[in-house]
Design a protein around this ligand. Structure first.
Ligand code: HEC
Length: 123
């Protein structure tokens, strides 16, 4: 009997933490989209040759200072083109972000620097 109660307790705990993880992922993916994008932007490391040296700790900010996104002659002139640029660096650098991750990073850069009118978040 004691043993049974115990394992029931553990199942409940596992179920509970599963629910909490889903709640966290949902809020990260939908309402906190720019924060998720910022985490991806800051923390995703990939491999690339930089100044003749092969490195495995390259991030977006290795090449881009914040000023890069606010310079007068910046390339992106609306939300869709910003998205295309993020996607093109993602592809060129083989970062391997999924489409929803490219969306989240675009949202982050837009909220932080570009401030173009943005489409409503996809469910
Ligand atoms: C090895 C260097 C390098 C890395 C790393 C890199 N990029 Fe780029 N990125 C470029 C170059 C080069 C351009 C084109 C600049 C130009 O033509 O003016 C560019 C352009 C851009 C633009 C367009 C900016 C504008 O002018 O409005 C965005 C947005 C961008 N990159 C996002 C990213 C993101 C997100 C990452 C991380 C996955 C990333 N880049 C990683 C080199 C890099």
């Amino acid at each position: 009997m004691v043993g049974q109660n115990r394992s029931l307790g553990w199942s409940m705990r596992i179920l509970y933490s599963g629910v909490m993880v889903s709640v966290f992922l949902l809020s990260a993916g939908v309402s906190a989209d720019p924060q998720w994008g910022q985490a991806l932007y800051d923390e995703t490391e990939f491999e690339r040759e930089i100044n003749g040296e092969w490195r495995d700790d390259v991030t977006c900010s290795t090449c881009h200072d914040p000023e890069f996104y606010t310079r007068a002659e910046r390339r992106a002139d609306r939300y869709r083109s910003l998205h295309t640029w993020v996607d093109s660096c993602n592809t060129t650098m083989s970062v391997q972000w999924f489409p929803d991750e490219v969306d989240a990073v675009t949202r982050y850069l837009n909220a932080e620097y570009y401030q173009f009118p943005a489409p409503a978040p996809q469910e």
